[in-house]
Design a protein around this ligand. Structure first.
Ligand code: ZN
Length: 637
């Protein structure tokens, strides 16, 4: 009964808000925000208002609706003062309260004092204030100060104008934050769905598609200080269904995978060029067709979109593009990457995808035991630049921990020793729950935590466990994963060509230890190096089989990591399911029906995408034709 009444009230409030949209809510510079109706214990409408043009919205408003509604008294409190507002229903009460506030606001504006040295916030206060000897200068100062305030006001207006245009674009929001005349704080929001990325990709980038991406820029409004570049903050907040920029401010702020990179690129690159604002406000528009704030938002989106091809830290182009952002191999970048905890969130990876973490560690372990043949170490890339320096508390001496031999060569055995100290995933999960993952890892060995982070952060693929009906029953294993490795751009090109040519599915089997490198350097790179165990009898390229049974033979079952829970066996074999384009070059080689001869050899990486990954813990011998399989039902682009 009472919830029915609450719903009725909610409808009346919505109706009222709709009717007064243009008067109070949809203004270019709205003075009411956080308008909200709560209907649990109490039925109460609340909002915050800016009645003194301070932009701090410090006037709190609440209207408590009687449970005997529509009879009974509404309790209206504005700025901690109770007001007696008569009204037949909530709509009338709201109208009266808002009208009262509007009148108060107008009255305030009439009484606002013109700037004088005493009330001004200009530099003059500090330089001249209270200095009698300078009395003669005061006349000059007054002019100067009001001019300065004019200047400031103009700047507010021009930014406000830009933001009004921003709000007209779908998926963008923008507003000025609460700040005085001396500081400007701008909030810009972009809906991550504008990036046009799949849920899988968003997951790989640690981006929440349900939340706004927010950029705040804060800078001084002193004309003379406009050379001081803005401070940028990047984060995600508020549900994308919320379309009121003011309600988004401080609404559940969280970090996202690229927050640091976005902040750095804007501060170091964007504002290194496009600053101060007033210098670029008029030149950007004719050149780009965008105003300053629009251009800033587009720039931010492009930082995110191009992130997989550039180092997270220094921004240099990575030698190999992958699905997710990472840092380059420069020791300085690796150091910062560790220090800021960027790229991956080890704690949440352990909690959300323990199987995948177990798999990556197992594969890395297998790489560290694989045979170094004629100087070729299949353990590539190697954590050569991971280093921890610790000062011994008793002796005061600094000790260095790394994975190198005394003469600076990669030492597989050292990695193995550290991985042997990593406990199983159940225990790691408990440590995360305790909130002491790093502490506990450090107790085991100073390199345990950095190595785990490196293993996950250096992987250029994204994996997601397939469960239940998502699985391909023909493959006869419970360990099935989506395996994505290409950039969104490559995927898009692939999908375009697929529409034209069509595609088929085929298999690639390789020893467990090889997958460490494949997952970081791609299939083709491994095929063209000393890592190719099986020769290149049919030419250079990635070798794939039409039938899984052929690929099973190349899995070369081996044992993995001793502490693995999921992959505990001395007969682990891994197989990837790939999608191949029926491109003209390949049709020429394999015929219209794409018959392997006896393999498919794909020299061009553009013609190939990894799709799924299967792990076996026992010897396999059964026939599965790639052409009989269907891809797992997920969207790849
Ligand atoms: Zn770098």
């Amino acid at each position: 009964m009472s919830s029915e009444l609450a719903n009725k009230i909610q409808r009346e409030i919505n109706e009222w808000k709709e009717a007064f949209q243009d008067d109070y809510f949809n203004l270019d510079d709205p003075w009411v925000r956080r308008f909200n109706f709560k209907s649990d214990d109490e039925w109460i409408v609340t909002c915050q208002a800016d009645l003194d043009y301070s932009e701090s919205y410090e006037t709190k408003v609440s209207i408590t609706i009687p449970k005997s509604y529509p009879t009974g008294e509404h309790i209206c409190i504005v700025a901690e003062e109770s007001h007696d507002i008569p009204g037949e229903n909530i709509q009338e009460v709201l109208s009266q309260v808002f009208h009262m506030m509007k009148v108060q606001r107008e009255k305030f504006l009439e009484e606002i004092p013109t700037p004088t040295p005493g009330t001004s916030h200009g530099h003059g206060d500090h330089i001249f204030g209270g200095d009698d000897d300078m009395a003669d200068e005061e006349a000059v100062f007054i002019d100067d100060s009001s001019m300065e305030d004019d200047e400031k006001r103009k700047r507010f207006e021009s930014i406000e104008h830009d933001l009004t245009v921003v709000r007209k674009t779908k998926g963008w929001l923008g507003c000025r934050g609460a700040s005085g005349m001396d500081q400007i704080k701008v909030y810009l929001f972009t809906n991550p769905n504008r990036l046009n990325i799949t849920p899988l990709l968003a997951e790989a980038w640690q981006l929440d598609l349900e939340k706004w991406i927010c950029i705040t820029i804060t800078f001084s409004n002193y004309y003379t200080e406009s050379a001081t570049k803005p401070v940028v903050e990047a984060f995600q907040c508020g549900d994308v269904s919320i379309r009121d920029a003011y309600s988004l401010i401080d609404n559940g702020k969280v970090k996202f995978g690229l927050y640091w990179t976005v902040q750095q690129r804007l501060e170091r690159d964007f504002f290194a060029i496009y600053w101060p604002i007033e210098q670029y406000r008029n030149t950007l528009q004719p050149k780009t067709g965008k105003n300053y704030m629009e251009y800033l938002l587009e720039y931010t989106e492009s930082i995110i979109k191009t992130s997989p091809s550039k180092c997270l830290i220094c921004g240099n182009k990575l030698p190999l593009e992958g699905i997710k952002p990472m840092c380059c191999e420069s020791p300085l970048c690796i150091f910062s990457h560790e220090q800021y905890g960027l790229g991956i969130d080890l704690e949440s990876a352990i909690k959300k995808n323990p199987d995948v973490v177990d798999l990556f560690v197992s594969v890395c372990y297998a790489a560290s035991v694989s045979y170094v043949n004629r100087g070729f170490n299949p353990f590539q890339p190697f954590p050569s630049n991971l280093e921890i320096k610790l000062r011994d508390k008793t002796s005061g001496q600094v000790k260095t921990y790394n994975f190198l031999t005394n003469d600076g060569k990669d030492d597989n055995a050292k990695v193995r020793e550290v991985l042997d100290k990593v406990p199983n995933l159940k225990i790691l999960e408990e440590w995360v729950d305790e909130g002491k993952l790093k502490e506990r890892c450090d107790e085991k060995h100073p390199l345990v935590y950095p190595l785990l982070r490196w293993i996950l952060a250096s992987a250029r693929v994204h994996m997601k466990k397939l469960v239940g009906k998502e699985q391909l029953s023909e493959m006869k294993t419970d360990h099935q994963y989506i395996l994505l490795s290409s950039t969104p751009d490559k995927e898009r090109r692939f999908q375009e060509l697929k529409k034209k040519y069509g595609s088929i599915l085929a298999f690639h089997g390789s020893a467990l230890g090889n997958w460490h490198s494949i997952m970081r350097k791609g299939l083709l790179n491994l095929s063209n190096t000393g890592g190719m165990v099986n020769g290149a009898a049919y030419g250079a390229g990635v070798y794939l089989a039409g039938n899984a049974n052929v690929s099973f033979g190349y899995m070369r079952y081996q044992s993995g990591w001793n502490n693995s829970i999921t992959f505990k066996s001395n007969q682990i074999g891994c197989l990837a399911l790939c999608e191949i384009l029926k491109a003209p070059e390949l049709i020429q080689k394999y015929g219209d029906k794409m018959t392997p001869n006896p393999y498919f050899v794909i020299p061009n990486e553009e013609h190939l995408q990894t799709r799924a990954f299967f792990i076996y813990t026992t010897n396999q011998n059964h026939s599965v034709e790639g052409k009989d399989l269907k891809l797992p039902n997920v969207s790849f682009n």
